[in-house]
Design a protein around this ligand. Structure first.
Ligand SMILES: NC(=O)c1ccc[n+]([C@@H]2O[C@H](COP(=O)([O-])OP(=O)(O)OC[C@H]3O[C@@H](n4cnc5c(N)ncnc54)[C@H](O)[C@@H]3O)[C@@H](O)[C@H]2O)c1
Length: 261
């Protein structure tokens, strides 16, 4: 048995799978969880995780169960709130069901996960890594609800980091667009897709996994990827009225990048 265990939510595929793979390589006992239980089990099997669980992050009891399973494989010392949904569209275009699901999974899912992790860490403490998004740091037309949920994840990470003992470190990773099934499912003609591609290059799962796992043990709370887009977003958030006028420029840049493939 390894000394330390970790839970990765939404780990069946995409960024979560990348994080889980990297943790296994670094010697952690990794519990892969996902609302797609068969996917979680298959991923855990393929990458050498200790367990693959069906776990809907909207259910607080399921988080507690994941923490218990992890504790059976080493001291629970890291928890990655990675599960998320990414419905794109303007506020007026999304169905009530989509809006509720975005909030339930991306906001409540992270809050329940943090509570289970804090409880599971005990007095020895540990690291919580929340996979937020660059969109949580400023205005993103065409992604307004998603961006709001990610802003909540960044905010909660900062507050919980400040209200917990020093043995607990809480981090928010804010990636720009990453090449995964989540982006593939979005409307390629939509404003959101154009803005995601305005950075010129989509990031890889491996790049985000390296940053996310690299946060463990550090005092860093918010980390944007890439750093320059983070600085741009923070600047834009100081002058949202100017940003509204700049949207068309960024969108045109993104559409050019999309055409180039
Ligand atoms: N892909 C991007 O461009 C991008 C950019 C920034 C942040 N993110 C964030 O990274 C995280 C991972 O996204 P991804 O791109 O790998 O997407 P993905 O769709 O490939 O993977 C998301 C995983 O979460 C799982 N999931 C969805 N709802 C769940 C629920 N209720 N309970 C448990 N698991 C659930 C899915 O089954 C899936 O396996 C998300 O939080 C996403 O918002 C993605």
């Amino acid at each position: 048995m390894n000394e330390r265990s970790a839970v990765v939510t939404g780990g069946a595929r995409g960024i979560g799978r990348g994080i889980a793979e990297r943790l296994v390589r670094e010697g952690w006992s990794v519990v892969v969880t996902d609302v797609d239980g068969a996917g979680a089990a298959a991923t855990a099997d393929e990458i050498g995780g200790v367990a693959g669980l069906a776990h809907d992050v909207r259910d607080p009891a399921a988080h507690r169960h994941a923490a218990e399973v992890a504790a059976g494989h080493g001291r629970l010392a890291a928890w990655f709130n990675n599960a998320g949904v990414g419905d794109d569209g303007r506020l007026s275009e999304l169905s009530e069901e989509q809006v509720r699901r975005l909030v339930d999974v991306n906001v409540l899912g992270v809050l329940w996960g943090m509570r289970a992790a804090l409880d599971g860490f005990g007095s020895a403490g540990g690291d919580i890594v929340n996979i937020a998004s660059l969109s949580g740091l400023g205005p993103v037309p065409g992604y307004s609800v998603y961006a709001a949920t990610k802003a909540a994840a960044v905010s909660a990470s900062m507050s919980v980091a400040a209200e917990t003992p020093r043995s607990v470190r809480v981090h928010a990773v804010c990636p720009d667009g990453v090449r995964t099934a989540m982006l593939d499912a979005q409307d390629p003609e939509g404003l959101g897709a154009a803005l995601v591609h305005s950075g010129g290059r989509l990031l890889s799962v491996e790049e985000i996994a390296e940053v996310a796992v690299g946060m463990v043990g550090t005092a860093r709370v918010v980390r944007t990827v890439p750093v320059w887009r983070g600085a741009l977003m923070r600047g834009i958030s100081l002058a949202p009225a100017v940003a509204t006028r700049g949207t068309a420029v960024f969108a045109a840049q993104g559409r050019r990048a999309l055409r180039r493939g």
